[in-house]
Design a protein around this ligand. Sequence first.
Ligand SMILES: C[S@@+](CC[C@H](N)C(=O)[O-])C[C@H]1O[C@@H](n2cnc3c(N)ncnc32)[C@H](O)[C@@H]1O
Length: 306
Amino acid sequence: MLASYLGAFSTASGSVSERVYLDAFAGEGSGRDRGSGEEFDGSARIALDAGEGAGFTRFRYFEMGPKAAELETRLRTDYPGKDIKVYEGDCNQMIPVALAELSDLKWAPTFAFLDPDGMELEWRTLEALAAHKRGYRSSASAKPEYKVEMWMLFPSSGLIRTLALDEGKVRNEDFERATRLFGTDEWRPIYERRLANQFSGEQAREEYVNLMRWRLERALRYEAAHAFEVRNSRGPIYHMIFATDNKAGTKIMSSIYNKAAARLPEMQEEARNRAAGQSTFDFGDSVLAANEGYHYEPPWEPPADE
Ligand SMILES: C[S@@+](CC[C@H](N)C(=O)[O-])C[C@H]1O[C@@H](n2cnc3c(N)ncnc32)[C@H](O)[C@@H]1O
């Protein structure tokens, strides 16, 4: 899906001289399929390969510790001549540094991929991304000003686990982490309703996803925030949330999602075949939720304190 979207993003942004790709949780450049053992490209390489020669021109990655330098060496070796930089450290601190260095390119179409392991993403990072391109058009221009487009992995199931039903087991730092993720403690009314059993786990998960979409649209002023559920055989594991100001972005991503969701039965069959012979019946792989077809629905007003 990322490869398809980045290709389409390059085409849709027309004949511009620069396009910027930001990858906040860059990883190692490749991964290994748990079922088949086959190596596949990670987001870092997918972005470098996107657009068939007319893709992104600046690549800015963020990784922790020694993995950062390793990734930079590997990518620069494999993609000589590309403008690649890997920032070492917490992306929530380093993204503003990178954006300041890119301030001359505010006008350039810019895409950010945010793929944390869990709840490491912070709202202040989304805020910094949304603010980055502000003012790139003159005030006399009638054209709309597009913000950085972003696609994030939202830890909807991680939130349900972290904000557990047994309140005594939740550490203060978990509450603080939820507040850092949402940039507000407006998640609390959802959690309180879950504790009072007014919301099922499933409803609470949907409400957390909705709250994030609501804030992307209302607080950061994105035109549309779309959520796609990703699940495995045991249920939903996370949501991908895509925020855009561009109708073309909405159209292209919805179509990619629908195509991927249509492949769901085939993917499940492949996973089932791989799982055959294993003692537990767990597909292992994550697949998209079997939606009849994705349609944008605006987020609803999140619950407030009673
Ligand atoms: C899910 S993996 C990313 C996979 C990658 N997008 C890919 O497609 O190959 C998450 C990565 O984020 C890194 N990470 C975790 N916390 C981070 C942080 N605060 N800032 C930057 N990177 C972080 C981890 O080391 C890990 O490699």
